[in-house]
Design a binder for this molecule. Structure first.
Ligand code: SF4
Length: 411
């Protein structure tokens, strides 16, 4: 009796000459298998779009034990089904999950339609201003390339620079403004800055040191819009308690940020969180200036096989992993020397006085696009079977210029 394998439309299949992986986005089923010559033949046929995810089973192949077990796993893990052709009138078929690029490609050909200003502005979601004007310790100087953290710079970004950027560019689709500073209260035009930014009806987060109690009190005067939040770098318990007493009834969203360089900082942060019952906080690992804490990263940050095999991704997530870097997409950073970056680990796109849409176009179409920096573009990930399940390249990887921050060894 003739039968067919029909894969479900939410199932992806990736394979190399030695390994295969099925992933069904609907039920997050992950099935890994070793490739035999027979399975390799079937995998090629499954991924041939013309077969519409439906492959006839050669009855002879059912004598192969490995093949039969493979079929059972497909059915038992809801990767697809086996259909007996004797009981149906029409040939079965399914739709493989393939990103439809045709529309985009056609648009690109249409007189640069795709890169018309309105389409570009639509992709600009978040901007971060690093105020500068202060020197950070030697150890801290690289942190701003890894996470939202103050930059060490003698230059200072003026309020007029920030406002002219926001006033003179198309920010219709901007969803988030971040202001990053060390000691916010030391910024000379702080009241003016707070007042001006308060007027844009866009969610705003101030990142600065949690021991800057004066800075916290000043920001608290501008909270009635409900769109302002704080990210406070934890300094010590005493200043934490002082700041907390101000914030408790301040009607503002805030979270504490614990920078972690090694295991004992991790344990200490967790103790503080439990002792003081801190509800909103982020534990943020950072690579030290001499890159001496890679062991800590390897144990706590590196992606493991266990994480990859338990990912919960939608089809859209996987399409994103195939085409863009969702960690970077839509973001710009402005440094105190008035330069604009798509990512602080790369070269600047231009300066704050240029039209932001031209800068974004440069980012989207240029060779070194962080917004489009996928695992397909880096070694060793481009040869890795998990590259579309794995989260896109992170700032840690850009900072270290290495893209093997995982404990998965399949290459
Ligand atoms: S090699 Fe790259 S894609 Fe593969 S698991 Fe490691 S980090 Fe992810």
């Amino acid at each position: 009796m003739y039968k067919s394998i029909v894969l479900y439309p939410d199932t992806f299949l990736w394979f190399t000459e030695t390994l295969g992986v099925f992933y069904n986005c609907e039920n997050t089923s992950f099935v890994q298998f070793e490739i035999t010559p027979l399975l390799l033949k079937y995998c090629f046929r499954i991924n041939d779009f013309n077969n519409m995810y439906t492959i006839a089973i050669d009855p002879e192949d059912e004598n192969d034990t490995v093949f039969c077990k493979w079929l059972n796993r497909i059915v038992n893990n809801h990767i697809g089904k086996i259909v007996s052709l004797a009981f149906i009138d029409k040939k079965p078929f399914s739709l493989p999950p393939i990103l439809n690029l045709r529309h985009e490609l056609e648009e690109r050909r249409m007189d640069d339609f795709y890169y018309r200003p309105i389409n570009i502005a639509n992709n600009f979601h978040e901007v971060t201003f690093l105020l500068g004007g202060e020197r950070m310790s030697e150890e801290e100087t690289g942190y701003y390339k890894q996470t939202h953290y103050p930059i060490s710079s003698e230059f200072r970004l003026e309020v007029s620079n920030i406002c002219s950027f926001l006033d003179n560019n198309n920010i219709r689709y901007l969803q988030q403004i971040n202001i990053v500073s060390g000691e916010l209260s030391a910024y000379p035009d702080l009241e003016f800055l707070l007042e001006k930014l308060f007027q844009y009806d866009i969610p705003l987060t101030y990142f600065f040191r949690g021991n800057d109690v004066e800075g916290v009190s000043k920001v608290l005067k501008y909270t009635s819009s409900g769109k302002i939040s704080l990210g406070l770098y934890f300094a010590d318990v005493k200043s934490f308690q002082e700041t907390e007493s101000l914030l408790k009834d301040g009607g503002i969203d805030y979270r504490w940020i614990f920078l972690l360089r090694e295991e004992n900082e991790w344990e200490q942060a967790q103790r503080i969180v439990e002792t003081y019952d801190i509800e909103y906080y982020n534990l943020v690992p950072v690579v030290t200036s001499n890159v001496s804490n890679l062991d800590f990263f390897s144990e706590n940050v590196f992606t493991s096989y266990n994480e990859l095999s338990h990912m919960s991704l939608t089809k859209q997530n996987i399409f994103c992993n195939q085409t863009i870097n969702s960690n970077c997409w839509g973001q710009l950073f402005i440094t105190p020397d008035k330069k604009v970056y798509a990512n602080l680990n790369g070269n600047s796109l231009g300066t704050i006085g240029e039209d932001v849409l031209c800068l974004i176009r440069k980012e989207m179409t240029g060779g070194e696009s962080y917004w489009k920096y996928t695992r397909d573009k880096v070694i060793p990930c481009k040869a890795c079977i998990y590259r579309y399940l794995c989260p896109p390249p992170s700032n840690y990887e850009f900072y270290l210029k290495r893209f093997d921050l995982c404990t998965v060894n399949n290459l």
